[in-house]
Design a protein around this ligand. Structure first.
Ligand SMILES: Cc1cc2nc3c(=O)[nH]c(=O)nc-3n(C[C@H](O)[C@H](O)[C@H](O)COP(=O)(O)OP(=O)(O)OC[C@H]3O[C@@H](n4cnc5c(N)ncnc54)[C@H](O)[C@@H]3O)c2cc1C
Length: 388
C-alpha cells in the first residue's frame, strides 16, 4: 500500500482520472493472458502524454518502486504482470495515429494504438501493414514491438521487427531516446531499434513507433486441406515450400486444436481428421493463380482429394460464446484475461480470409472502413479431403 502523498502527487502530475490505487481497480491489472501468473501492483498510472509518463517514471525512481509497462495485456510471457508490485504503467491512453506518410510509405503512431487501428488507417490510404498477431483487435503497437509479435502472415510478410523503422520513448532514468528513421538505408552504427524490438519492456518505455507500409496484395486464394494424420500435413508443408511457393498463410492445426475450435465455435470442422492446413496465397492475380495451382497439385500428390466450389462450412461461423471485452485504457470491467474477438463472423466467414475489423474505439477506424483486402469476388475456399 502506497502512502497517500505519493498517490496525491501522481494524481496532480498525471491527472486524477489516470491513477488507480484501490484494490478493486488494481486486481484487474495484476495479470495478462499468461496462465497462472498474477500479482497485485500498488498503483496503476495511465498517462495521456509524455509529460505524464515522465512524471510517473520520476516517481518510481524517487520512491524505488518497481515498474511494469503494460499495453493491452494480451502477452503470453507474463511481461505485463507486476510480479514485484510497485507501479503498472498503462500505455493505452497514448493512442493517437500521428501520420500515414504516403510519400515515404510509413506510419507513425503512439505506442498505445491498437494494431488493427493502424492496419485500417493504412488500408484507408490503399496501404498495407502486414503484422497480424491473433490478438490484433486488442493488442497495442508498443506491445507488438516489445514482443516482436507476428501472426498468420508472418511466413510471407515477416513479423513486427521487419516493419519497425523508428522508435521513440523514455529510458527508465527519464532520458528520451529516438532511434531509426524513415530512411531505408539508415544502416550505420549499432541498431538500437533492433535491440528494443522484443525487449519486453526491459530497456525502456516505447512511446512512438514508425513502421514501414507496403502495397496490399491485389488478389488471394484460400485453400483448406484435411489430413488423416499430422505427418502427411507436415509433408505437404515441406513440399509447398520446396516448390518455392511462400503462402501468405500456412497454418497447421492438429486434431486436439480442431476439436478445441469445434468445442468453442461449432463451425462444422471434422473432428475425426488428424490435421488441417489453412493455406492462403496472395499477390498479383497471375501469381495467385499459378501458386494456387501449384498448391493444388501438391495436395493431390500427398493424396488429398479436391472438392472445389463448396461453401467452406455447413453453417455460419458464429461462435457459441459471446466475445468478452478485454482490458483497455484503464482497469477492465471484469477480471478476465484479455482475449480478442474470435476470428469468425457471419460477414467474414473464414478465418484465413478474415481481415481485421475496425475497432469501435478508434476515430481513425470509425472514419476509415477501407480495407487492404483483395477484391471480394475471391472464390470460395477450396476444400481438400483425404481419399477413402
Ligand atoms: C488470443 C491471443 C492471440 C495471440 N496471438 C499472437 C500471435 O499470433 N502472435 C504473437 O506474436 N503473439 C500473439 N499473442 C501474444 C500477444 O498478443 C502479443 O505478444 C502482443 O504483441 C502483446 O501486445 P500487448 O499490447 O497486449 O502487450 P502487453 O501484453 O501489455 O505487454 C507485452 C510486453 O511488452 C511490454 N510493453 C508493452 N507496451 C510497452 C511499451 N509501450 N514500451 C515498452 N514495453 C512495453 C510489457 O511490459 C510486456 O513485457 C496472442 C495473445 C492472445 C491472448
Amino acid at each position: 500500500m502506497l502512502n497517500r502523498t505519493i498517490i496525491d502527487h501522481l494524481r496532480r502530475e498525471v491527472g486524477a482520472g489516470n491513477v488507480y490505487h484501490e484494490k478493486e481497480d488494481l486486481l484487474v491489472l495484476g495479470y495478462d493472458a499468461t496462465p497462472e501468473i498474477s500479482a497485485l501492483p500498488d498503483v496503476a498510472v495511465f498517462p495521456h502524454n509524455i509529460d505524464g509518463l515522465r512524471a510517473a517514471l520520476e516517481t518510481c525512481r524517487r520512491e524505488s518502486l518497481a515498474l511494469t509497462p503494460r499495453g493491452a495485456a494480451t502477452g503470453l510471457s507474463g511481461g505485463s504482470t507486476p510480479v514485484r508490485g510497485g507501479m503498472v504503467l498503462g500505455l493505452t491512453r497514448m493512442n493517437r495515429i500521428l501520420e500515414i506518410d504516403e510519400e515515404n510509405l510509413t506510419a507513425t503512431a503512439e505506442a498505445g494504438v491498437i494494431t488493427v487501428d493502424l492496419f485500417n488507417a493504412a488500408a484507408a490510404k490503399g496501404l498495407f501493414y502486414p503484422p497480424d498477431p491473433g490478438s490484433q483487435n486488442v493488442s497495442t503497437l508498443g506491445g507488438n514491438v516489445a514482443e516482436n509479435a507476428g501472426g498468420l502472415r508472418g511466413l510471407k510478410y515477416g513479423v513486427t521487427r521487419n516493419y519497425v523503422m523508428a522508435l521513440s520513448g523514455l529510458l527508465y532514468d527519464g532520458t528520451e531516446f529516438h532511434t531509426g528513421g524513415k530512411c531505408v538505408k539508415d544502416v550505420a552504427g549499432y541498431s538500437l531499434r533492433d535491440l528494443l524490438v522484443g525487449s519486453e519492456g526491459t530497456l525502456g518505455i516505447i512511446t512512438e513507433v514508425t513502421v514501414r507500409l507496403i502495397s496490399p496484395p491485389q488478389d488471394k486464394r484460400t485453400l483448406l486441406a484435411y489430413f488423416r494424420d499430422i505427418r502427411t500435413a507436415g509433408e505437404a508443408v515441406s513440399r509447398i515450400i520446396a516448390a518455392r511457393i511462400i503462402p501468405a498463410t500456412l497454418e497447421i492445426m492438429d486434431k486436439t486444436t480442431i476439436n478445441c475450435v469445434e468445442d468453442y465455435a461449432g463451425i462444422g470442422l471434422p473432428r475425426d481428421m488428424g490435421a488441417l492446413l489453412l493455406i492462403e496465397v496472395d499477390g498479383h492475380p497471375a501469381v495467385v493463380a499459378e501458386e494456387a495451382e501449384g498448391v493444388r497439385k501438391i495436395l493431390e500428390e500427398v493424396r488429398a482429394d479436391r472438392r472445389c466450389g463448396r461453401t467452406p462450412f455447413a453453417k455460419p461461423l458464429t461462435p457459441r460464446r459471446p466475445y468478452s471485452s478485454p482490458p483497455r485504457g484503464g482497469p477492465p470491467s471484469r477480471p478476465s484475461p484479455a482475449f480478442p474477438r474470435p476470428p469468425f463472423s457471419k460477414t467474414q466467414p473464414f478465418p484465413a480470409a478474415a481481415l481485421p475489423k475496425p475497432s469501435p474505439r478508434s476515430n481513425v477506424s470509425r472514419r476509415n472502413t477501407a480495407s487492404a483486402s483483395p477484391p471480394s469476388a475471391t472464390p470460395a475456399t477450396e476444400i481438400f479431403t483425404p481419399r477413402r
